[in-house]
Design a protein around this ligand. Sequence first.
Ligand SMILES: [Zn+2]
Length: 62
Amino acid sequence: METLGKNICQRCRKSIHRLADFGSYLDGTINTEYCHNCYSHGVLVNNEIMLVSKIDNSMATP
Ligand SMILES: [Zn+2]
């Protein structure tokens, strides 16, 4: 558990090298499963880009 060499965020697959880059639980405990971009204060952060483009089947113009 002391090995802090290679940690990869289970969500975005980004390698985490520093303690500050880890996610944190609500009580401040470090969550080594995720990075701070994905998991913060006990909740998974939804940082995915919302694609609002409508998918139409109008690509084939007659
Ligand atoms: Zn992440």
